[in-house]
Design a protein around this ligand. Structure first.
Ligand code: IMP
Ligand code: MG
Length: 183
C-alpha cells in the first residue's frame, strides 16, 4: 500500500466486480434501443473506471470525453464549474448517453454537465458513478448506475487524484489527512 494511504477502501477484486455488474446493467438496458450508445467519460478521474467499465459492456458503444472541474487544488469544492473540454458532436439526438463519473460529491459538477447535455437534443441521459458520497450533496442528482456509497473521506487511486497524484494506484484508498492538512 502507498505510504500516503490510510487504508484501502475498495480493492482490485471489488472494483472488477463493480465494473462487471454495472457493465451488465448498462448493456441490458440499451440492448434493444434503436439509438446508439455514447459513453461520456468525465476526465481525468473517470479514465480508468471508463476503460474497465466499457470492456464489460457487450453491446456496440462509442466514447467521448468532457472535462469539467469544480475543484482547485484543494479537497473542498468552491461550487463553480468550468467546461474545459467538450464533446466532438454537438447534436446528440441519435444517441443514448451514459455519463461516467468517478465520484459524486457535492453534485455541482454533474448538475451543470447534465444541464448542458440536456440542451443538445438528447432525451436519454443516464448517470453512472463509481463512488457516491451522499453526505456532502448540495444538488439533487439521480444516479442510474452506482458503484459504491462511501463515507465522507477523501479518497485516491483508480483515477482519483489529490493534486494530480495517486491516479495510478490500482485500488481506491483513503488519503491520510496529514497529507492535505500540511499543504
Ligand atoms: P462535485 O462537483 O463536488 O460532485 O465533485 C466531483 C469531483 O470532485 C470529482 O469528479 C472529483 O474530481 C472531485 N472529488 C470529490 N471528492 C473527491 C475525493 O474524495 N477524492 C478525489 N477527488 C474527489
Ligand atoms: Mg479531481
Amino acid at each position: 500500500m502507498h505510504r500516503d494511504c490510510e487504508r484501502i477502501l475498495i480493492d482490485e477484486k471489488e472494483l472488477k466486480e463493480i465494473c462487471k455488474r454495472l457493465g451488465k446493467q448498462i448493456s441490458d438496458d440499451f440492448r434493444d434501443s434503436d439509438k446508439k450508445l455514447l459513453l461520456v467519460c468525465i476526465l481525468k478521474g473517470s479514465l480508468i473506471f471508463t476503460a474497465d467499465l466499457m470492456r464489460e459492456i457487450d453491446i456496440p458503444c462509442e466514447i467521448d470525453f468532457m472535462k469539467a472541474s469544480s475543484y482547485g487544488d484543494r479537497t473542498i469544492s468552491n461550487g463553480t464549474v468550468h467546461i474545459s473540454l467538450d464533446l466532438k458532436k454537438q447534436d446528440l439526438s441519435d444517441y443514448n448517453i451514459v455519463i461516467i463519473e468517478d465520484i459524486l460529491d457535492t453534485g455541482n459538477t454533474l448538475y451543470h454537465l447534465i444541464n448542458v447535455l440536456e440542451g443538445r437534443g438528447c432525451d436519454t441521459i443516464k448517470l453512472c458513478v463509481l463512488l457516491d458520497k451522499p453526505e456532502r450533496r448540495e444538488r439533487p442528482i439521480i444516479v442510474d448506475y452506482e458503484g459504491k456509497v462511501i463515507p465522507d473521506e477523501f479518497v485516491i487511486g483508480y483515477g482519483l487524484d489529490y493534486n494530480e497524484e495517486y491516479r495510478n494506484l490500482p485500488y481506491v484508498g483513503i488519503l491520510k489527512p496529514e497529507v492535505y492538512e500540511n499543504n
